[in-house]
Ligand binder design. Structure first.
Ligand code: RFL
Ligand code: PHB
Length: 399
């Protein structure tokens, strides 16, 4: 049976980035991905990279396309019922910025690097089970069971990393008694479109409106990404392109500004949820990225958390394979969970600040308005938002 040091389930940002970080230290990995290369490279998702994520891409020598095609932003706009305010990250964080660069572009860069290095990357390889992962490191080998074109296969590894997203199989392998999960569902969803039109804004606009949240993001000088808060039970068929633009026009409207429209290239509805698994390690199985946690997208944290998980995990795995030192692996869950709960806190803050909760709670609505006023009128509130948005330092996520 083939054998490797680290078996990685999933070729999303978490799995692919882990593969690159480990390859740079000569740790051997095999990546198994359910979907085709084309599918993972064209899946439209996140768009905001924290400055630390940009630094990781650079450190791996993968920054050239990102610096050529990505858009550096030094702030965001927050808009409350037509009144637009600018939050200047540079001013509040000592000059830090974020990069607007589509997740699928990050995935393309990582896949290209892996294939150029002739390292093992298997598409259309669906993992069905992981066995023998319980127990101490070094005393037994987990087996990853997967299938390719209907043929059952197995891979033995010293360690397995489940980087297979929220709907993946890795977390399901853990007995419910060994893990606790914490979750929150929201009474709304996001309808996202990719449109072939020059962005109408230089930086992202997060807008609260009495009809619900709307957002204007960007992908390139000729492609815009926009979102609308919708009902979680809404069907995409109920939203014609015309209706989507009409609603975006109303919710994003601000005096002296207009929203350009163009052909809709893609549209879909995504539910919003918060979810955390504790711990993130089960013997010789480690979870990373969305497999272990989900944040609502309003804070732009999901992809960045996936990257910071694997940065911590890669350092610990390298120590282990170089010298047998297990301390980093023992601390993996605790050090990641601190950052994850900070990100949950920030994402919940941004989400509840900007969405209509759908109830008739007028007291709550007035509290929300007070929080909206505070974030644009108080320097300390704007500083907290900015520090969280650009990304907290890796070593001290909860100063
Ligand atoms: P992924 O990207 O879901 O990758 C998991 C991979 O595992 C594969 N897989 C399997 N492979 C083999 N066998 C199996 N049994 C498997 N089961 C699953 C899947 O096919 C997939 O390729 O997880 P990863 O790597 O942890 O990455 C997480 C991010 O994708 C996610 O957090 C972000 O997209 C969230 N997110 C955002 N994050 C940000 O940091 N900034 C943003 O601006 C941002 N915006 C967003 C977002 C997510 C959104 N949606 C669609 C949920 C905007 C949206 C609308
Ligand atoms: C995006 O560009 O897709 C995007 C940006 C910011 C968010 C979520 C999504 O908070």
């Amino acid at each position: 049976m083939p054998e490797t040091q680290v078996g990685i389930v999933g070729a999303g940002p978490a799995g692919l980035m882990l593969g690159e970080l480990l390859a740079a230290a000569d740790v051997e990995t095999v990546i198994l991905e359910d979907r085709s290369r084309d599918y993972v490279e064209s899946r439209v998702r996140a768009g905001v990279l924290e400055h630390g994520t940009v630094e990781r891409m650079d450190a791996l020598g993968l920054g050239s396309r990102m610096h050529r095609d990505g858009l550096v932003h030094h702030g965001i706009y927050l808009q409350f019922n037509g009144e637009r305010h600018h939050i200047d990250f540079g001013e509040h964080t000592g000059g830090k910025s974020i990069m607007v660069y589509g997740q699928q572009e990050v995935v393309k860069d990582l896949v290209a690097a892996r294939l150029a290095g002739q390292r093992d990357l298997n598409f259309e390889a669906k993992v069905s089970r992981i066995t023998d992962f319980n127990g101490p490191l070094g005393e037994g080998m987990p087996t990853v069971h997967y299938s390719v074109s209907g043929l059952d296969k197995e891979l033995n590894c010293q360690i397995v990393v489940g980087a297979d997203g929220y709907h993946g199989v890795s977390r399901q392998m853990v007995s419910p008694g060994s893990m606790r999960t914490y979750s929150r569902e929201y009474p709304y969803a996001w309808l996202g479109i990719l449109a072939e039109v020059e962005p109408s804004t230089d930086e992202l606009i997060y807008a609260f409106h009495d009809r619900g949240f709307a957002m204007h993001s960007l992908r390139s000088p000729s492609v815009s990404r926009l979102y609308l808060q919708v009902d979680p039970t809404d069907s995409i068929d109920a939203w014609s392109d015309e209706r989507i633009w009409e609603e975006l026009q109303v919710r994003l409207h601000a005096g002296g500004w207009s929203l350009k429209e163009g052909p809709v290239l893609e549209k879909g509805i995504t539910p919003m949820r918060s979810f955390v698994t504790e711990p993130m390690r089960f013997g010789r199985l480690f979870l990373a990225g969305d497999a272990a946690h989900i944040v609502p997208p309003t804070g732009a944290k999901g992809l960045n958390l996936a990257v910071t998980d694997v940065v911590v995990l890669a350092a610990a795995l390298i120590d282990y394979f170089r010298s047998g030192d297990q301390r980093g692996l023992d601390q993996y869950s605790d050090s990641c969970l601190k950052r994850i709960w900070q990100a949950q806190n920030f994402s919940t803050m941004m989400t509840t600040l900007l969405h209509l909760d759908g109830t008739d709670d007028q007291f709550g609505r007035r509290l929300q308005r007070a929080r909206q006023q505070q974030v644009v009128n108080s320097r300390s509130a704007a500083k907290t938002l900015s520090e969280n948005y650009v990304g907290l330092p890796l070593a001290e996520p909860n100063r």
